[in-house]
Design a binder for this molecule. Structure first.
Ligand SMILES: [Mn+2]
Length: 300
């Protein structure tokens, strides 16, 4: 018996889609019983249109005799709770740090690479096995959404040629239409707006790193920022004196750095060497990820 699983903190669409698709490939190409399940919850990157797909996670079964395949995770501290590291068959991941560690475990196959999404690696498994016929519309939607999310609409710096190729091939064979990315990101956005405060505060960094930045820094990725304004944000950050939020707009590929007021804005202007005409907003030409923003401030 094989169990395909991922990390224990949460499942994003990259992990979720990879688990389901790889289970399908293994069911079709091996004689093993194959399950895909997790003890944790899927997050808001898996909107209802994908949660209701014909492919669902399995109910947990007794794993006493199971061998494990891990996707989208390679740090053993984050493996799902039931994983016995003595019975791992394979690890497929794109997070850096544990490549060498797993290379030393020669009995375990590992494919840990710098690539935008694990869904790209999984898609390539179907190609290499000559089984793209298994990729029906639901699987193509799942895998392509994983690529869109993890590469930020194929615009982030970690996006590789392989991600682009996988995405465009999935779109082509899937007959998904040129607007599939909009449909997917809008669906995620709707989920976030159901509880905007919860979505932002659930993904907050509150840590002093630089005199140029306040401690509280939020981040939200939206299709565009038409429903965001300072009034809404002041309410979200009502418990914080000083704050910044990095609103990444996918439509125009820019970061909108909203903040509590002029003083915080000054720090941002200094950090990016620009002047803003707004009282509490700095607009960048490009988008930046929060981790890059922090790095920039620390190195300033
Ligand atoms: Mn991932």
């Amino acid at each position: 018996m094989i169990v395909v699983t991922a990390g224990k903190k949460y499942l994003d669409i990259d992990a979720y889609a990879s688990m389901l698709a790889y289970r399908e490939l293994l069911r079709a190409t091996t004689n093993e019983e194959v399950f895909a399940f997790s003890t944790t919850k899927v997050n808001q990157t898996v909107p209802p249109i994908l949660r209701k797909s014909k492919y669902q996670l399995d109910k947990m079964v007794n794993t006493a005799d199971a061998n494990f395949i891990l996707v989208d995770v390679s740090n053993p501290d984050f493996f799902d709770t039931f994983v016995d590291t003595g019975r791992i068959l394979e690890i497929i991941d794109h997070h850096p740090g544990y490549e060498g560690y797993w290379k030393n475990h020669t009995a375990i196959k590992s494919q840990i690479e710098t690539i935008g999404a694990v869904c790209t690696q999984i898609y390539e498994r179907f190609v290499n096995a000559d089984r793209t016929d298994l990729l029906d519309k639901d699987l193509r939607k799942l895998l392509s959404a994983g690529i869109l999310d993890n590469t930020i609409n194929l615009k982030s710096k970690i996006t590789t040629e392989r991600d682009h190729r996988a995405y465009s091939e999935l779109l082509k064979i899937g007959n998904l239409g040129q607007d599939w990315h909009k449909e997917y990101f809008r669906a995620c956005e709707n989920e976030q707006f159901k509880d905007l405060k919860g979505a932002i505060l659930g993904d907050m960094k509150a840590e002093w790193v630089s005199p140029l930045l306040p401690e509280a820094i939020g981040q939200i990725i939206l299709f565009n920022r038409e429903d965001i304004n300072n009034e809404i944000l002041s309410e979200v950050f009502s418990e914080y004196d000083k704050w910044i939020i990095n609103v990444i707009s996918l439509e125009d590929g820019r970061s909108y750095l909203y903040c509590d007021g002029k003083e915080t804005k000054k720090g941002l202007e200094k950090l990016f060497g620009i002047k803003s005409n707004y009282d509490s907003l700095v607009v960048l030409d490009d988008f930046i990820l929060r981790k890059e923003l922090l790095k920039r401030a620390i190195g300033f």
